[in-house]
Design a protein around this ligand. Sequence first.
Ligand code: AMP
Length: 272
Amino acid sequence: MQAWSDKRRAEGKKIAFVPTMGYLHAGHLSLLEIGRKEGDSLILSIFVNPTQFGPTEDLDSYPRDLDADLAKAKEAGVDAVFVPQDSTLYQDNYQTFVKLEKLPNHLCGLSRPVFFRGVATVVTQLFNITRPHVAVFGQKDFQQLAVIRQMVADLKFGIKIIGAPIVREADGLAMSSRNAYLKPEQRAAALALSKTLAAAKTLVAQGERQTNVIQQKAREIFAQYPEIEIDYIELCDPVTIDSVETVKGETLMALAVNLQGIRLIDNTVLIP
Ligand code: AMP
């Protein structure tokens, strides 16, 4: 993979890179479309990264379908698909991890303590292997995007990071490979996340600025779905991810819930 990229670089080609865990859906394809436009050569990686899963999480059951992914990649005009083995990225005696000091101490980092360390480490490796000029990440994982931007700036990777908007199903559900876990009867409850975000946007449009009032409204909506357990409902600064008490400038509203064992996240940027 490195040799492939070095050859493209030597030819003066601009390399765009989209890292994923596979089981591709329209959200992933939107990132590939951006990458296609940004670069002369487009690389997709598919790797279910074991170091970002906690011991009780869904590493083993995470949906996988490499054949379907390769067909979609071809259709999307991908030039190279990088599908490493676990033992290629984490060889015997592997011992180096990238850990951010502050950004992971919020939102998903609190309930998933090894998650961002795993993400930062694998993305560092993937950047070193694919040697991109530009990489595309989804705002669906807003905190992850903030972590990558911070890491790239701190460690001087010299890679342009593009954040892509969230792609949703027609009914508002944010696309996710994990949606494959949802049973038909859980689908209605899963919509509570996008409904809550829409309600918050309406409140802000009506002039509401108090975080606690917006959070209370969100809790009321979730209360209609007893199968949902809230992990967090947070309003934060979109760069530092620190909590805010009022919606002053652009404010990230981020949600995470547990729906009968399925973790769902969603977010939106509230603009006063
Ligand atoms: P994943 O395979 O879930 O690790 O996601 C790979 C990349 O696709 C990440 O940058 C995600 O943020 C992005 N992504 C996942 N779902 C969506 C979506 N619904 N809309 C936009 N980007 C997404």
